[in-house]
Design a protein around this ligand. Structure first.
Ligand SMILES: [Zn+2]
Length: 113
């Protein structure tokens, strides 16, 4: 079973909701519920051997940004691929819709010739 939106392969359902989980290094993982739980369990295990300041973040599922609903309508000037790249690089952790709004504002502020 593989959720195509999910970065991992331990998915239980193919079209379940996926959310953004900070990877602790400035980027984000896009994970379904099952893969999130696996990652959190793994991090909990790893954190036992790490100093407080070096531990992986283990946020609750409900605290994570949803990747999906509202994301289906793609803005022609700001393709979803671009946003996904920004998320993967850790440049942003906001949802696609919010990101588009932000991009539009940035564009408006730039001097036009
Ligand atoms: Zn998954």
């Amino acid at each position: 079973m593989k959720n195509n939106s999910c970065d991992n392969t331990l998915c239980l359902i193919s079209d379940g909701e996926v959310r953004l989980l900070p990877d602790g290094g400035g980027g984000n993982l896009i994970l379904c519920r099952a893969c999130y739980q696996h990652e959190i369990n793994f991090r909990g295990y790893r954190n036992r051997n790490l100093e407080a300041g070096e531990q992986f973040p283990t946020p609750e599922w409900k605290a994570l940004e949803v990747y999906g609903p509202g994301v289906n309508v793609e803005h022609e000037d700001f393709p979803m691929e671009e946003w996904k790249y920004a998320v993967a690089c850790g440049d942003t952790s906001i949802g696609y819709v919010e990101w588009v709004k932000h991009q539009e504002e940035v564009e408006r502020c730039e001097p036009s010739n």
